[in-house]
Design a protein around this ligand. Sequence first.
Ligand code: IPD
Ligand code: CA
Ligand code: CA
Ligand code: CA
Length: 262
Amino acid sequence: MDKAETALLALRMRDWVSQAGAHIRHHIHDPLHVQTKSSRKDLVTNLDKQTERDLIAAIRTEYPQAQIMGEEGSGDHVTDLKGLVFFVDPIDGTMNFVKQKYNFAIMIGAYIDGAPHVGVILNVMRQELYWGGPQLGVFKNETPIKAVSPLSLADGLFGINSGMLAYDRYHSHQLFKTSAGMRILGSAGIEYIQLLEGRQVAYLSHLAPWDVAAGRVMAETLGMSVSRLDGHPLDMLSSGDVLIATAPTVADIRAIALDQPR
Ligand code: IPD
Ligand code: CA
Ligand code: CA
Ligand code: CA
C-alpha cells in the first residue's frame, strides 16, 4: 500500500473509532446487559458486541477483501495473516467500562502480510485519539508524538497485569521493588497510551492479538520493543505473555523476570 492509500486507511480507521466512541459516550448511562465469559472478572456487554458489529460492518463496506479478527466473534475465523488483516477490540477495558465508565479504549490494528501497518487507539471518555504507523509517524489527535527517551526500569513506572502481580509471576514483586513504581490500569490500550506518551517505561501482560495489535504498530514506530517476554517474536494469531518497553528496560526486566544473566 503506498503512502496515500495508507493515509486514507488511517483516516477511515480514525473515523470508525471516533463514530463508535461517540455512540458509546451517548449511551454511557443506559442500562447495560452484562454477561460473564471465562470468569466473573471477564465481562462482555451489549455495547461491546454492538460496537464490534458496527466497526466490522464499516470495515467490510470499504475493505471487503480484508480479513477481520474481532474479540467478540463477529469477525472472520482468521488462520493466516495474508493480505490486509484488521484486529478489532471494540471495548478494551470492559471491567473499567462497567465499573468506572472511564479508562477504556477502542482499538483497531491493520496489518499487511503480518507486518504492522496502521494502529488507532481511542481513549473514549477523554476523546484522545492515538494513531499512526511506520509510513505516517504517530499522532495524538493532530499533534505528532516524538520517540520517548529510553529510561531504565529503576527510573520509570511499570504497568503490569494484576494477576501477574498478585501471584508473583515472573518475579513481579522484585520487578515492583526495582522499578520506580507499578501501575495497574485495567486496559491494554490505556497502558499503551502511557508508553506512547513516555509516562511509563514498560507494560507486561497476558494479551490476545486484538489487545496487542493497534498499540504495537505505534510503539514499534516510536522505537519501542514489542515481543513475547521470553524474547520470541509475537505471533499475531495467538495469545501470550507480552512485554512492551523501551530497549534498556527490556534488558532490565528480562534479567529479573527470567533469571537471565546480564
Ligand atoms: C483486557 C484488558 C486488561 C488486560 C486483559 C485484556 P478486555 O481487555 O486490556 O487490561 O489485562 O488481558 O483482556 O477484555 O477488557 O478487552
Ligand atoms: Ca474481553
Ligand atoms: Ca482487550
Ligand atoms: Ca474487549
